[in-house]
Design a protein around this ligand. Structure first.
Ligand SMILES: Cc1ncc(COP(=O)(O)O)c(C=O)c1O
Length: 397
């Protein structure tokens, strides 16, 4: 028992926590620190904490041990000097963009970004006078000409959703460097297999809700980059209340321990499944970055160490996509990704719902497209189930 001198009354004893004596041995697993507030020993100590002369935490929205432990791992993962944790992937994107943009500024954004990122920029930041223009991240030929006097940043995703188009990171980074503006990369689909800072990015974002957490039981985001950029974005996140909480940071830290083995396994299985789908005459088209048929497979080999854990198949129309998904009782329709379990999504009904049909058609995101987030099951079992469901469809080629 912790040594404890009992104060006068029971209500006082209940209200006050016993003084915790640090253990002389260390826990193997990082403890979960739920305290909202940390108590300085004196006014000089408060000054030292705020000025950075003493190490420690004051208030959880501004930082806490579990977020800092997760941030340290993310910085290592991305080869960054610094990183911080946000309450969701969208919070990480909001903090990053708001740290770099002011009223009247302009940004260049890949045309095929995550739906809510478009909503954030086109509906919310637009209300604060931020302008944006869209460009094709896989073929950014005219990008330099789009940079104006108020352009402050370029925003891209490493791999687009759902067709896994690959961003031409080298060319875009060159434009950003020549113009002296920031390149911000959402690397959610490609943890470990792409390190955008090595290709000239300034800030890298992840929705840790996906592969990093890995178990669909937490919602978090992370941002990594240089110390000054991260200090600024972190200050914005603290002021806007966008920072992440201890329990989910702790869960994500645990998830990261198995991230490399999960990614290795899922990427290997995705590659096998992509080839099998491509050989099947009931499948119209397969989108997987390392297949020779993918329009960006050369770009993929320049920035990705593998084809990734996601693939998309085009089954021709919505009715065929629906029948295929309904024929897979053990592979759930779950509009997220990066789980230990393989999941399916129908972009036209979920992530891309409500977008103009002409826009979707232009990018090849048709009602026949089903996106597959490959998990950790044995890939032979997965193919047995996929092949059985395909049997119900007639050949298209
Ligand atoms: C590429 C990408 N970025 C950001 C997000 C947003 O992440 P969160 O749901 O954690 O806010 C998502 C969510 O699906 C995503 O797919």
């Amino acid at each position: 028992m912790i040594p404890y001198s009992r104060p006068g009354s029971l209500s006082t004893a209940c209200a006050r926590a016993p003084e915790v004596q640090p253990s002389s041995s260390r826990p193997l697993v990082p403890p979960l620190d739920l305290s909202v507030v940390y108590c300085p020993s004196s006014l000089d100590h408060v000054d030292a904490l705020y000025e950075g002369d003493a190490r420690g935490w004051i208030y959880a929205r501004e930082g806490h041990p579990n977020a800092d432990q997760l941030a340290t791992k993310i910085a290592v993962l991305e080869g960054a000097a610094s990183a911080f944790v946000c309450a969701s992937g969208m919070a990480a994107i909001t903090a990053s963009l708001c740290s770099l943009l002011s009223q009247g500024d302009h940004m260049l954004m890949a045309a095929e970004v995550y739906g809510k990122t478009s909503v954030l920029v086109d509906r919310e930041l637009a209300r604060y006078g931020v302008g944006r223009e869209l460009f094709d991240a896989a073929r950014p030929a005219n990008l330099a000409a789009m940079v104006g006097p108020r352009t402050r940043l370029i925003f891209v995703e490493t791999l687009s959703n759902p067709l896994l188009r690959v961003t031409d990171m080298a060319q875009i980074a060159r434009v950003a460097a020549d113009a002296g503006i920031a390149l911000v990369v959402d690397n959610t689909f490609a943890p470990l297999i792409c390190r955008p800072l090595e290709h000239g990015a300034h800030l890298v974002i992840h929705s840790a809700t996906k592969m990093i957490g890995g178990h669909s039981d937490l919602t978090l985001g992370v941002v990594a980059g240089s110390a000054p950029l991260i200090a600024r974005a972190r200050a914005v996140a603290a002021a806007m209340g966008l920072t992440g909480n201890p329990f989910e940071s702790w869960l994500a830290l645990r998830g990261m321990a198995t991230l490399p083995v999960r990614m290795d396994r899922a990427c290997a299985s995705a590659g096998v499944l992509a080839s099998r789908f491509e050989a099947d005459p009931r499948v119209n088209r397969v989108w997987y970055p390392s297949l020779a048929s993918h329009p960006d497979h050369e770009l993929a080999s320049a920035i990705l160490s593998s084809g990734g854990s996601m693939l998309a198949i085009d089954l021709g129309d919505r009715e065929r996509a629906s029948r295929f998904m309904e024929g897979l009782p053990n592979i759930p329709f779950a509009p997220s990704l990066g789980d230990v379990r393989t999941t399916l999504s129908h972009p036209c009904s979920t992530s891309h719902r409500g977008q103009p049909p002409a826009h979707l058609e232009r990018f090849g995101i048709t009602p026949g497209v089903v996106r597959i987030s490959v998990g950790l099951e044995d890939e032979r079992d997965l193919w047995t189930e996929f092949a059985a469901s395909l049997q119900a469809l007639s050949p298209v080629r």
